[in-house]
Design a binder for this molecule. Sequence first.
Ligand code: PEP
Ligand code: MG
Length: 295
Amino acid sequence: VRRLLQELKGKENITLDGKKISVYANIGSLADVGTVLSNDGGGIGLFRSEFIYLGKSSLPTEEEQFQIYKSVAEMMAGKKVIIRTLDIGADKQADYLGLEKEDNPAMGFRAIRICLSRPEIFRTQLRAVYRASAFGNISVMYPMITSVEEVKKILRIVENVKNELTESGIPWGEVEQGIMIETPAAALISDLLAKEVDFFSIGTNDLTQYTLAMDRQNSKLDEFYNPHHEAVLRLIEQVVRNGHREGCWVGICGELGADLELTERFLRMGIDELSVAPGMILAVRKQIRNSTAGI
Ligand code: PEP
Ligand code: MG
């Protein structure tokens, strides 16, 4: 790692034929930011904010969330920080939410579905995100999207939160709006979704699970689970194409983004960003510098 760091520190992630790629990191807490910086990460491509909600006895307050997002933004000093809004459900439980046990939590009441049904929870998080945006380069993205209507509802709530902050004289900065593409439905209507947002981040963990109809947590399926399945790769390619047509940038934040065997294939599809576990940043950056994007 030290040798790779010496070799790559401060260098651009540029392919042999001259395409620049952003390599960001996935984090679950403020404590992970140090590792991102020590691995020379270019930003945070996925902050799994649900960890702020787990292991507590009540909902985190706006102030509590604001302090965390602000600290991450300040530590990243102007580099992009993409906060994913609450992605919780019957599999990742927080008792105080009073969610009923479900037979099929992966397909249940979770993530954006909870946020749109209980807008007071969502608004609290968005207020914290927007307040923190005055202290760094913050973007926000929404998980488990399946329809254009959901995105329109979200963006209306966002507008409302911004107006509310302005009226109270609370400063906020520009926040890019993105969605995760992690359901086959979202991938298939990515041409329509792209008209609504600034960027796409492809969640290949869930996209693979839902496309192959294979539970990502069931180890009995290991012999059937093919992360390089052509169906998933075709969806990714389609999402990149549809995103670019409407001016969205497109990244990958699922595990597949760190799969070095696929790096060049993703680059040839035109992917703009890869967000990976902090420990994979340098390896992915090196792989990019040894690949061609075919532009
Ligand atoms: C994904 O689904 O690929 C993803 C990045 O989100 P998570 O792993 O948190 O579901
Ligand atoms: Mg996911």
